[in-house]
Design a protein around this ligand. Structure first.
Ligand SMILES: NC(=O)c1ccc[n+]([C@@H]2O[C@H](COP(=O)([O-])OP(=O)(O)OC[C@H]3O[C@@H](n4cnc5c(N)ncnc54)[C@H](OP(=O)(O)O)[C@@H]3O)[C@@H](O)[C@H]2O)c1
Length: 243
């Protein structure tokens, strides 16, 4: 039987590329998109490549979304093998002024709402469906800028990346990865954080060195780990990143 994956924000950028890569592995794709017309276009593009794919409505800011997604997957698939928590956003400049003393409370809250609270709510709701899989995999799209170890090191390679709300939301997401992996350590579910690279998407901007076509690698690896694979880690491709 085909594995089933739910990928949030699967209509473009890293999410769409990850969906394509999972489709090529024979995984049945459900992409969650807040704009259904964009979602339908993306699902059609995936189907045209020969993949089994559909789009469903998923808006991280809609409190009903986790229930709706749960009901759809439960009714149509019965179980979920892979959850890629990919949808994310930034409201500050990724590179530039350190916004710690100035960030607006609204920006801080909205960023955490999408990048952290919504991920926790969706994941909690879908755990029972992942438990029904023989090998549930959860991939949290974090970022190297959420690494406190790398942020605080001398001559840090990410020294100019100090968008406080975004960075802190990814640090919080990493905390979820560690805690959830610990709670689920005696189950077959593996939970990991992914740093895809600095990617030339709308979020990453035009100066990012990585092309979108290469951005799926970390998510694909963590979504398809075998039973010997790690859980509770933070990875960029084959490398382990410090928290
Ligand atoms: N690009 C990078 O360099 C980079 C580096 C490290 C980590 N990441 C992480 O990788 C993930 C994907 O980023 P990306 O670069 O592919 O970004 P992107 O091209 O800007 O795409 C973001 C995706 O998230 C969706 N999204 C945003 N807010 C949403 C909401 N409230 N509800 C549902 N969907 C929402 C967008 O939907 P719409 O199309 O409707 O806007 C879009 O599908 C993010 O979590 C990001 O933080 C990116």
């Amino acid at each position: 039987m085909k594995k089933v994956a739910f990928i949030t924000g699967g209509n473009r950028g890293i999410g769409f590329e990850t969906a394509k890569a999972l489709g090529a592995e024979g995984v049945s794709l459900i992409i969650g998109c807040r704009d259904l017309s964009k979602g339908q276009g993306a699902a059609k593009a995936l189907q045209e490549q020969g993949f089994q794919a559909e789009s469903i409505s998923y808006d991280a800011n809609d409190k009903q979304a986790p229930d709706q997604v749960y009901r759809h997957i439960e009714k149509n698939y019965g179980a979920l093998d892979i959850l890629v928590n990919n949808a994310g956003m930034i409201m500050e400049d990724l590179i530039g002024k350190n916004s710690s003393t100035s960030v607006d409370q609204g920006i801080l809250k909205q960023t955490f709402e999408t990048n952290f609270f919504a991920v926790v709510a969706l994941t909690q709701k879908l755990i029972p469906l992942l438990m029904k899989s023989t090998a549930g995999r959860i991939v949290n799209l974090s970022s190297i800028v959420g690494s406190l170890g790398i942020q605080s090191m001398e001559n840090s390679p990410i020294e100019p990346a100090k968008a406080f709300a975004y960075n802190a939301s990814k640090t919080a997401l990493n905390a979820f990865t560690v805690h959830l992996a610990h709670e689920l350590k005696d189950t077959h579910i593996k939970v990991n954080s992914a740093h895809p690279g600095w990617v030339k998407t709308e979020l990453g901007g035009p100066y990012a060195p990585m092309e979108i076509a290469d951005s799926y690698k970390t998510s694909l690896r963590l979504a398809t780990l075998d039973k010997h694979g790690p859980t509770g880690g933070f990875f960029h491709e084959a490398d382990t990143l410090p928290w």
